[in-house]
Design a protein around this ligand. Structure first.
Ligand code: MTE
Ligand code: MO
Length: 229
């Protein structure tokens, strides 16, 4: 599926401006200390429906492996479980087959951007988070946040519902035409175009919908919680 959009130019220009700023601890300085402003601007720029640019698959650059926090031992995908919970309902445990069952496959060739300053183009394939949630009976307005974790909880990502339910937010099992490798987060990771790489959690084990803003691995270390593009 290709989702072409005219909205990319503004976003790309902003990114290039950011990249040219001097870095503090490896983070371009505009990303620090302007959390509320960033969040407000992000919500306006990426209101539901605004799509990031998609590329022809011939533009794929290949993507490096970056970040091993929370990596489990390499596992048989048949043994993988994803737990899903809500503030007011018991936890459910799903196999990968159950995560993907009956949902249309979504594919997108998009630019992946790390706060370290690199960006690469990759083709991601999986199911839309919004479709997955809808099958669980959850819509965008039901919970304002979710907390996503690796099996050991060592890496954790907090996300707002607008980002999670964005049409280019995928639960991914494939990258550049092949199953995800261990280093890229097999058997399941999140990929979203409205956030920097830090929010694209690999080795996804649990999804907790939440009423209040969850903590976040990199936000606890001084990075912007919203980390929007
Ligand atoms: N579980 C987990 N997910 C993670 C990370 C990590 O260390 N652990 N690093 C993040 C960062 S900073 C980036 S840039 C991307 C890199 O994804 P890749 O290795 O597929 O390129 O993964 C993100 N997701
Ligand atoms: Mo990153």
């Amino acid at each position: 599926m290709l989702l072409w959009a005219a909205s990319a130019a503004a976003g790309l220009g902003g990114w290039q401006w950011l990249r040219t700023r001097s870095a503090e601890d490896g983070v371009p300085w505009p990303l620090r200390g302007v959390h509320d402003l960033n969040e407000r601007a992000g919500r306006e720029l990426f209101a539901p429906g605004r799509l990031a640019r998609e590329f022809d698959p011939s533009r794929v650059t290949g993507i490096r492996v970056n970040g091993w926090y929370g990596a489990p031992a390499e596992a048989d995908p048949a043994d993988w479980r994803v737990s899903v919970s809500f503030p007011d309902a018991p936890e459910r445990s799903l196999t990968l087959a159950e995560v993907f069952a009956d949902l249309p496959r979504a594919e997108m060739t998009t630019e992946f951007k790390c706060i370290e300053g690199w960006s690469e183009i990759a083709t991601w394939s999986g199911v839309r988070f919004a479709d997955f949630a809808a099958r669980l009976g959850v819509g965008r307005g039901d919970y304002p946040y979710a907390d996503l974790r690796t099996p050991d909880g060592a890496y954790f990502v907090g996300l707002d519902a607008d980002s999670l339910f964005h049409p280019q937010t995928l639960l991914c099992d494939r990258l550049d035409g092949a199953p995800l490798t261990h280093g890229h987060g097999a058997p399941l990771r999140l990929v979203l175009t409205v956030k920097y790489g830090i929010k694209n959690i690999k080795w996804l084990r649990s999804i907790r919908f939440a009423a209040r803003r969850p903590s976040d691995y990199w936000a606890e270390r001084g990075y912007d919680w919203y980390a929007g593009l």
